[in-house]
Design a protein around this ligand. Structure first.
Ligand code: C2E
Ligand code: CA
Ligand code: CA
Ligand code: CA
Length: 279
């Protein structure tokens, strides 16, 4: 038994060593990814329930690695953050999004909004306002069309600094959304002080809403509260007509999910929109 315990320990440290090496290799590959143009944006449509028309898009980062294949963001965003690569990659995302907007406008699709995910490190980046001003000079139309999504967990720490950073974005004409609402700290009291326009209800509640009374109650009361505050409410993860119908009945403004469309590669976006988003 002793010998087995010893080898288990050895195996465990070997596993840790392997994990560490994998992590370093991943970091090295991600540095290359930015230099070699391996990132892409996929755009997921957002549909307004009142007329079932396309109203906006969310930009979602994709990494096509030559050795690893398509790597989902949940596997590399935290590594980007840890390796301090999220800010430069985030700049790339913002510039790319501005180009996509300009291209849409050239194609006569002028009134679509485009939402960009912003991590805490990006929001706190002191260079962000100057970078955005540079982008607005190059792409002046972007101001009224860009939206930034911030996760709810961000509301938990250093509220005055967070509000100041948000106000810098608002001052430039961008809309702000709270993402994954309901999963983080319940900062309902702070919501009032924050210059926020949109609340995105986390998809976990939408998945459960028709089977689980608690999820249903959370969704319907969140919609009512958000609308009472005069903000817009988006439900993410809408996969079925039944969910869409119920959300619409309870006055949810906008839906996003596989029911309407999966995220679309940037080079297919215009043709897919012109084809009415049919697969
Ligand atoms: P998120 O911001 O909550 O984005 C929504 C995620 O839900 C996306 O996953 C999207 O593909 C997925 N989704 C949309 N509709 C449905 C549906 O009907 N069913 C299901 N099961 N899933 C759906 P994705 O693209 O894998 O992104 C994961 C997370 O990575 C995002 O979650 C966001 O937090 C982060 N992320 C993605 N792109 C960026 C980026 O450019 N910058 C930063 N900072 N984070 C990003
Ligand atoms: Ca998001
Ligand atoms: Ca979300
Ligand atoms: Ca999420």
């Amino acid at each position: 038994a002793k010998a087995r315990g010893g080898s288990a320990l050895h195996f465990y440290s070997q596993q840790m060593f392997d994990a560490f090496q994998n992590r370093l290799a991943l970091e090295a590959d991600l540095k290359q990814a930015l230099l070699q143009g391996q990132f892409d944006l996929h755009l997921q449509p957002q549909i307004r329930f009142s007329d079932r028309r396309l109203t906006g898009l969310e930009a979602l980062l994709r990494w096509q690695s030559p050795s690893r294949g398509m790597v989902p963001p949940d596997e590399f965003i935290s590594v980007l953050e840890y390796a301090q690569l999220m800010i430069p990659v985030g700049y790339w995302v913002i510039e790319q999004s501005c180009q996509i907007l300009a291209n849409l406008q050239q194609q006569g699709l002028a009134d679509l909004r485009l939402a960009i995910n912003l991590s805490t490190a990006q929001l706190n980046d002191p260079e962000l306002p100057a970078f955005l001003d540079k982008m607005l000079k190059l792409y002046p139309q972007a101001a009224g069309s860009l939206e930034f999504e911030l996760t709810e967990s961000l509301l938990a720490s250093n509220i005055p600094d967070t509000i100041a950073s948000m106000q810098q974005l608002k001052a430039r004409g961008f809309r702000l959304a709270i993402d994954d609402f309901g999963t983080g700290y319940s900062s309902l009291s702070y919501l009032r002080q924050m210059p926020v326009d949109i609340i995105k209800i986390d998809k976990s509640f939408v998945f459960g809403m028709l089977d689980n009374q608690a999820d249903f109650d959370i969704i319907t009361s969140t919609i009512a509260m958000v609308r009472k505050l005069g903000l817009e409410v988006v439900a993410e993860g809408v996969e079925t007509q039944a969910q869409a119908k119920t959300l619409q009945q309870h006055a949810c403004d906008i839906g996003q999910g596989y029911l309407f469309s999966r995220p679309i590669p940037s080079n297919e976006l215009v043709s897919r929109i012109q084809a009415g988003l049919d697969e």
